[in-house]
Design a protein around this ligand. Structure first.
Ligand code: ATP
Length: 451
């Protein structure tokens, strides 16, 4: 019995326009009277390090069934009419309905996808059952090949189509396979078509105020760097996207934003802000294009290179790896500069291929090394006078008594860094990175430190 259909979509946009969430919105706009939307539409971010992503490597999933579900939730507004989803479903979809759904999806993708862009390779899948979640886990953490996807689609008797190199089928299948262990929401507001490509009118002050007042939302505004994060800078149909843990708070948050008229909006369930992309590894097991958590000790004094990027080497029992806080991570670099050889840390970040480097997203300072500073030359134990230095690395000697010493008088240096978690600022935050605001809300005993 087929009760409902899972629809997965990916890779329809390009840097010059389009948006896969808008494709999903148009599908919902088209089918909302004839079908039931089951649960929230899903915006599923996949491996943030793959070289061929356009922007945020987002894929979409919709669960569609027969009308008649009982418990309803408001999930958006399209054409001035509220859109609802149902949290229950009963009736089975007929074969003609499945065929109809595929025709709708296919027509909308073929109308909206930016296939003229060489990097846009759309794909859609319609599945009666979710694939095993393992394919989602792999797609969010590693590289997946199409050869891994086709057998899943065949086993599940999927209706599907890939365009051009068909890569979009990877994200489309993985998005359906997502089984949330942790999840957040994003309310996406869209612009009317006549405004696409023009400057967005969204009051930064209203976003900043909303960010302060609604603590279940996150990554809205970077007060230090004056960056209004909810507004994209591409010419896509999105006006803004507000992220948070509470769907109702997001609707309240959206009401507080002063903007140009909102054409339509939708609430998506997402894996954003969950750290799903990260895997705990030792250094020898780190591969390019993955995202890792590595525990180790700082091996050298951090240094700054041209462009303002700050680097240090991390060491564990299996090897060493460079870690970088790039210039866009702004004040986070000040934290990294305060590290000292011997500090015990956990680094969180994506792995760049050439050279193999961890691009830092978060840092957990676990234990600070004792740092000793020379205060004066050693004192002669015989005459009580200060000894004289014999030159670099040659120790000290008392010119009166001839007594020698290798060590000057030392005192413990006051460290400027405290143990705890540090994160890159909102302006540099990756979609999947779990903000400390969320981590602290879930675990109040967590040591969270602001940069
Ligand atoms: P968006 O702009 O919607 O946030 P994006 O445009 O950056 O996302 P896509 O255009 O969807 O990214 O391009 C990513 C492509 O990579 C898609 O074709 C997707 O199927 C594919 N893909 C996603 N994850 C993986 C993975 N782990 N391994 C291989 N291919 C992947």
């Amino acid at each position: 019995m087929v009760t409902a259909i899972w629809i997965g979509l990916d890779d329809t946009d390009s840097t010059t326009g389009g948006c896969t969430t808008y494709v999903a919105r148009t599908i919902l706009q088209t089918i909302t009277h004839d079908y039931e939307i089951i649960g929230y539409p899903r915006l599923v971010r996949l491996n943030p390090n793959i070289p061929w992503k356009t922007r945020g490597n987002g894929a979409l999933c919709l669960h569609i069934g027969q009308p008649g579900g009982k418990i309803k939730r408001t999930i958006g507004m399209i054409d001035g009419v509220e859109v609802h989803c149902s949290l229950t479903f009963t009736e089975e979809l007929t074969a003609p309905q499945q065929q109809h759904l595929e025709t709708v999806v296919k027509t909308i993708i073929e109308t909206q996808a930016r296939v003229d862009d060489e990097n846009t390779n759309p794909g859609y899948v319609l599945l009666q059952e979710k694939p095993e979640p393992g394919i989602y886990t792999k797609a969010v953490t590693q590289l997946v090949s199409l050869e891994e996807i086709y057998p899943i689609l065949t086993t599940h008797h999927a209706r599907y189509q890939g365009y051009k190199n068909c890569r979009g089928l990877i994200g489309a299948t993985a998005a359906v396979a997502w089984e949330p262990l942790d999840k957040t929401f994003e309310l996406i507001a869209y612009r009317s078509e006549n405004r696409w490509g023009t400057k967005r009118q969204v009051s930064a002050a209203s976003v900043q105020q909303m960010d302060t007042e609604l603590q279940s939302t996150f990554d809205n505004y970077d007060s230090t760097n004056h960056h209004n994060r909810i507004v994209p800078n591409s010419p896509c149909p999105i006006l803004y996207g507000i992220r948070g843990d509470d769907d109702l708070d997001l609707i309240a948050a959206s009401d507080r934003i002063d903007t140009e008229p909102v054409d339509s909006w939708l609430l998506f369930e997402t894996n954003q802000g969950t750290d799903d992309h990260l895997q705990q590894h030792c250094i020898a097991d780190v591969h390019p294009f993955e995202s890792v958590i590595i525990r180790g000790s700082v091996d050298n004094t951090p240094y700054t290179i041209t462009g303002g990027h700050v680097l240090f080497t991390l060491k564990d029992h299996t090897g060493t790896i460079p870690c970088a806080a790039y210039e866009p991570t702004k004040e986070f670099r000040t934290v990294v500069r305060q590290l000292h050889p011997g500090d015990l840390v956990e680094v969180y970040g994506g792995v760049r291929e050439q050279p193999l480097t961890v691009n830092l997203e978060k840092l957990n300072v676990l234990d600070l090394a004792l740092v000793m500073l020379k205060t004066e030359n050693p004192v002669c134990p015989v005459c009580g006078k200060h000894m004289k230095s014999k030159g670099t690395n040659q120790g000290y000697k008392c010119i009166t008594c001839g007594v020698r010493s290798d060590t000057p008088t030392l005192r413990e240096s006051q460290r400027l860094l405290n143990p705890g978690f540090y994160e890159v600022p909102v302006c540099a935050r990756r979609h999947l990175s779990k903000p400390l605001r969320r981590m602290a809300a879930a675990q109040p005993s967590l040591l969270v430190t602001s940069t």
